[in-house]
Structure formats: structure tokens, C-alpha cells
Write a protein that binds this ligand. Structure first.
Ligand code: SF4
Ligand code: MSK
Length: 625
């Protein structure tokens, strides 16, 4: 039970969130905002990154009085080491997700599962050819087996280079090679980061930070990129489709199931089970009008992109979705799932089901999904949800109304198709100054900042300035709820962007997927750079994560910068205790990789800073600002 009263109007910009926060208060349910209050003020040593727990001579914390840890490490070394381990966690998360996808592809190829299949055969063959696998006259599954083997090689020590290194513009490849940061393999870079940050190894902050860049590049150009491409092969490459967002997607008279996490391997199976006529009949027998599936966070993005399944909410909405009292069951795989969901669920009738051995939650029921049993396990989970319907207390149900329409499904393939098969219309629009630049807005929510205030206002400001916005992850739901993910949103865009998006029939804010799908944005930048014969750092592009919170978001931001993309963050990582690391992040990296971070909490000021960068890049390319 919360101890202090929250000022609910200041916590979120959304009516559905505020309505549920008031209900949570009435129902005596503790949320992330209550716990933030209990944890505040945060420890300033931790916040500035100068607390080290890497050995038992410590823990040590750096201050004026004690400028070195017991071993002699100073603030710069400690901050760099902490940041290195932070992004190693993010890289591991995305990349392990990618490896799970490759395992599914391998199981399909070997015939050890019939629960999954190749949905996009053309993409399988295209990607296989791209990475040097012969396809002509061969059985599809033989090609799939070789592709899985090729991708597995990206995780250990790669024999030659990452499978997708050929996508990186030549100038960038040379720059990485000169700096010694060409990634060699996902697991290798993560392991080396853990090694370097052991006591007595890499005691040069700048050197550790360069390896951080290398580790994150392995995420962007291998772990995440493989996750995206294999998911498309197994579940279909997304194409534009309509969907709906906000808590209003829950149904008062139906069995409501929420999927949460990241990997479509679980959520796609749940969706199939929900559509099974026998399951629907059973739900009706139990008095429900049907079964309603909705997504949360990134697995929600995956299902929405490919299948048009509605999205109930982003990161800070996950507890509040349960507070509706209308959710029978929430089934999760991994990442960004608050442990508190078990407790929130127990305040209602909501059952929480975990599916991955690597992400179990005390108090949740575990239904282990393996490659060979996805269909069977998904039915088991849906049955549990149907059984819970009878336990629902309708008097405690309150569902906010009016879900918002969105258009989703813009994979690069779909974007190219919308442009008639080539990038030429986008390039011509950029040259003519109608689309002045492109910004990828990615990432999360963070209860320290007003929910979705930064995400929505930055997206709005950028499109006003004729800057095309691409969203992934939890920014998607924010943009969708603000009405920015529909073609009609061109009315809020500047005249140039309005004209181009209007002609193509696309929204000025384009949804490109989940957080691993930032790899699609990397690929798009590389395609643009290659087409123009320049490096990615020469393009009028930027990235932004106004409300990030996770290790994964830090890894994404770092691979964006190391790939040459100027990157805005709404608040800094825990690095401000080191001048060397902070200066490197905010300026020094520009000299090394042609891009750096910029930190600005105010979305309006951030839009101006991004605009300035885009102006400079346009001028350098000989274009009008
Ligand atoms: Fe302290 Fe050094 Fe050990 Fe860190 S590695 S806890 S700074 S003695
Ligand atoms: S789920 S990493 S809160 S985007 Fe990918 Fe959302 Fe950020 Fe998790």
C-alpha cells in the first residue's frame, strides 16, 4: 500500500493512465510510481556511476575525500567499467533473443518442430544469398539449415566477420577497423567486456568506452539484426495494416489475455490458440463473448506489426492494464516485465504465466515453451485464462474507453514498396528539402519523467519541422495514442512532409517494430548512405530516446552513435561522475565516429538541437538547410 499520495495529474499525459492510477489508489494497489517515491532520493554515488562493487576489497565509492577505490581505481575507470557492464547487459538481452530465434529456425530446418514454419520463403532465400549461401536448386529447409548455422557463428568467435557486415557502408567499415572496434562476435564482445572490467584489467576509461562501442555494434549489426530478420522469415515480414492502441482495447465481455515481453516465438503461438474455434467455443460456454488478445511493450509491437493485434500499452501501462480488473491472464517471455506484475495481479483475479526458464517470477505459474511444444503449451495457457473468467469480479472492472486507430507494419520492405520499389522518392524528397531529415525515436518510459510527455512532444515537434519520424519500442504506443500513426496525421506535419507522406499515403510517423527492430533503422540508414555514396554520419539523420530506462536502450543508443547517428537522450546514463567519460559521450566521440550523444530533458529544446544537427548535415551535403 502506498504511503504518500501521488499527484496523479503530473504522472502521465494520458487519460487512460490517470483513470487507472486513481483506481489503483482506490483499490489499494501499489504501482511503479509509489515505489519510485519510496526509493527517492536516489543514491548520488550510484546515480553518477562512481560506486564500484567489482570485488570484495570494496565496495568503494568515490568522493573528494576518497578519490580512489581500495585497488586504486579512480572515478573515470569506475564509471567506464560500470557503463561497460551496463551495455553488456543490454547487448546480451537483444542478442540472446536473437539466438532464440535462430534456434527456432534451426529446429524448423531440422524437422524437430512442426510448431513453427517458414512464413516468408522469399526473404529466407534473399537473406541466404546476401550472406553467401547458395540457394539455386536447393530445398528450402536445406538453405534454412545453412542460414541458421551461419547465424549461430555470429555469437561466438566469428570465423571471418559478422554475417551482415556487408550492409555497413565501406567508409564506416574502414573507420571501425582503424579504431579497432569492428565487432567480432556477440558473445565474444560481451565476454571481453566482463573480462576487461574485472579488477586489474582495462584501467583506461577511454579504452573501455571504445570496447563498449564495439560490444554494442555487435548488438545492432548482429544480435538484433538477426533477431529481426529471422523473425520475419518465421512469422512473416510486416506490411502495413490497421490496429488500435490504449487500454480501451480490453473487452468487458470477453476473456482478456495480455502478452508481454519481446520474442514472437511465444506470442505468435498464443495468438493461434486464441483463434482456435474450440477455445472460442469453450470461452462462450463459460459465459464470455469471446477471447480478446492484446499486447504490451515489444512483444505487443511484434504482434501488432505482423498481425494487427491491438496494443494495450507501453512500459508504464503494464501494471495499469491489470488494474482494469478485466485481465484474466498475462503471459510473458522476457525483458522489461516488472516483477510487481505478480503482486498487482494478485490484487485482482489476474494470473501471471511465465514461459522461459531464463525469466521465471516467484508467484507466477511456469508453462515452459520449447521449440517442439509451443502449440500445446499455448493452448494450455489460453485454457487457464478461460477458467479465470469465472473468477472475475465485474463490479471491480473499469476499462477506459475509445481506443485510438493506428497504421503499423512498416518494415523496410514495406516502406520500399510504398515508394514504388526504390529509395529514390525518399532521396529526392530529402534533396528537395521536403523531407529535411529522418529521426528514429526509440525506447521506453521511465517513471522519473512524466509518462510519454517527451515521447509525444518530440515526435510532434520533429514532424512540424519536416522531419520524418520512425518509431520503435514503447515510443510507438505513445505516438499511436497521440494520433500520429495514421495518414491523417500529415495535418500536423510541415508542408514538405505533408506533401510527400500524403502522396505516398503513409503517416508522418512510421512504426517500424520492437526494440530489436531498431536494426531495421540501421539498415535503412546504411541503404541511404550507400545510395548517396557517403557515410552514415554524413546523413541528415538522428536518433532519440526521450524516456529510456533500460540497459538495452543504452546499448541501442551506443550502437547508433558508433554507427554515425547523432543520438538524443532525455537524461544521461549513470556516467556523470567521470569527466573523461562524459566528455567523450557528449563531444569526443564526434571526432572518433562522427556522432555523439546529446542530453536534453525538454523535448522542445531537443527538437531544436536535432534540427540544428540536420541543418548542418544538409548544408555539408550541399543541400538547402
Ligand atoms: Fe573497490 Fe577496486 Fe574492488 Fe571496485 S575493483 S570494489 S574500486 S577495490
Ligand atoms: S519494451 S526496452 S521498455 S522500449 Fe522493448 Fe519498451 Fe524499452 Fe522495454
Amino acid at each position: 500500500m502506498a504511503e504518500n499520495k501521488l499527484n496523479i495529474d503530473e504522472l502521465s499525459i494520458w487519460d487512460d493512465a490517470k483513470q487507472m492510477l486513481r483506481k489503483a489508489e482506490r483499490d489499494g494497489v501499489e504501482t511503479v510510481w509509489n515505489r519510485l517515491q519510496q526509493q527517492t532520493p536516489h543514491c548520488s554515488f550510484g546515480e553518477s556511476g562512481v560506486c564500484c562493487r567489482n570485488c570484495t576489497m570494496g565496495p568503494c565509492r568515490i568522493s573528494k575525500k576518497a578519490p580512489r577505490g581500495v585497488c586504486g581505481a579512480d572515478a573515470d575507470v569506475i564509471v567506464a567499467r560500470n557503463f561497460g557492464r551496463f551495455i553488456a547487459g543490454g547487448t546480451a538481452g537483444h542478442s540472446d533473443h536473437g539466438r532464440d530465434c535462430v534456434e527456432a529456425l534451426d529446429a524448423v530446418a531440422r524437422g524437430t518442430t512442426t510448431d513453427y514454419s517458414i512464413k516468408d520463403e522469399k526473404k529466407l532465400l534473399r537473406i541466404a544469398e546476401e550472406v553467401g549461401i547458395r540457394t539455386e536448386g536447393r530445398e528450402l529447409l536445406a538453405v534454412a539449415k545453412d542460414l541458421a548455422a551461419e547465424f549461430f557463428e555470429n555469437f561466438g568467435s566469428v570465423k571471418g566477420a559478422l554475417s551482415f557486415i556487408g550492409r555497413v557502408p565501406a567508409k564506416r567499415q574502414k573507420l571501425w577497423a582503424d579504431l579497432g572496434i569492428t565487432p567480432r562476435g556477440v558473445d565474444r564482445e560481451i565476454a571481453e567486456m566482463m573480462h576487461r572490467t574485472h579488477m586489474g584489467c582495462d584501467n583506461d576509461a577511454a579504452n573501455t568506452m571504445l570496447h563498449a562501442a564495439r560490444t554494442c555494434l555487435a548488438d545492432g549489426w548482429a544480435g538484433s539484426m538477426i533477431a529481426t530478420e529471422v523473425s520475419d522469415i518465421l512469422f512473416g515480414t510486416p506490411s502495413p495494416r490497421k490496429a488500435k492502441v490504449n487500454l480501451g482495447v480490453l473487452k468487458e465481455d470477453q476473456v482478456n489475455i495480455l502478452v508481454h515481453g519481446h520474442n514472437p516465438i511465444v506470442s505468435e503461438k498464443i495468438m493461434e490458440a486464441v483463434n482456435d474455434p474450440a477455445m472460442i467455443a469453450l470461452a462462450k460456454e463459460k459465459g464470455a463473448a469471446g477471447i480478446n488478445l492484446a499486447g504490451l511493450c515489444c512483444t505487443g509491437n511484434e504482434l501488432m506489426m505482423r498481425q494487427g493485434i491491438p496494443m494495450a500499452g507501453n512500459h508504464l501501462m503494464t501494471e495499469l492494464a491489470i488494474v482494469t480488473g478485466a485481465v484474466e491472464l498475462i503471459v510473458v517471455d522476457y525483458q522489461c516485465i516488472m516483477p510487481s506484475l505478480v503482486q498487482v495481479g494478485s490484487c485482482y483475479h489476474t494470473k501471471m504465466v511465465t514461459t522461459a526458464d531464463k525469466a521465471r517470477f516467484t508467484g507466477a505459474e511456469h508453462v515452459k515453451f520449447e521449440m517442439h511444444n509451443g502449440t500445446e503449451q499455448a493452448k494450455k495457457v489460453v485454457l487457464m485464462a478461460i477458467e479465470r473468467y469465472a473468477l472475475r469480479d465485474q463490479a471491480r472492472v473499469e476499462i477506459p474507453h475509445d481506443p485510438v486507430d493506428i497504421v503499423t507494419g512498416f518494415s523496410n520492405e514495406a516502406l520500399l514498396q510504398a515508394m514504388g520499389g526504390s529509395l529514390t522518392p525518399l532521396i529526392e524528397a530529402i534533396k528537395a528539402g521536403k523531407v529535411r531529415g529522418v529521426v528514429g525515436m526509440v525506447g521506453c518510459n521511465n517513471p522519473k519523467y512524466k509518462h510519454d510527455y517527451g515521447n509525444v512532444n518530440l515526435a510532434r515537434e520533429l514532424i512540424k519541422k519536416d522531419i520524418l519520424v520512425i518509431v520503435t519500442g514503447c515510443v510507438t504506443t505513445a505516438a499511436g495514442k497521440a494520433g500520429l500513426l495514421v495518414p491523417e496525421a500529415i495535418e500536423q506535419a510541415g508542408p514538405g512532409l505533408r506533401e510527400i507522406c500524403g502522396a505516398l499515403g503513409i503517416p508522418p510517423v512510421i512504426h517500424m517494430g520492437s526494440c530489436v527492430d531498431n536494426a531495421r533503422i540501421l539498415q535503412l540508414c546504411a541503404l541511404l548512405a550507400n545510395e548517396l555514396g557517403v557515410d552514415i554520419s554524413d546523413l541528415p539523420v538522428a536518433a532519440s530516446s526521450p524516456e529510456w530506462y533500460s540497459e538495452k536502450a543504452a546499448a541501442i543508443a551506443t550502437y547508433a552513435v558508433a554507427s554515425g547517428i547523432y543520438t538524443h537522450l532525455g537524461h544521461p546514463p549513470n556516467i556523470t561522475g567521470s569527466k573523461i567519460v562524459t566528455n567523450l559521450a557528449l563531444a569526443g566521440l564526434n571526432d572518433l565516429v562522427g556522432a555523439c550523444f546529446v542530453v536534453e530533458p525538454d523535448p522542445f529544446k531537443a527538437a531544436d538541437l536535432i534540427d540544428e544537427r540536420i541543418k548542418n548535415k544538409r548544408t555539408a551535403l550541399g543541400l538547402t538547410a
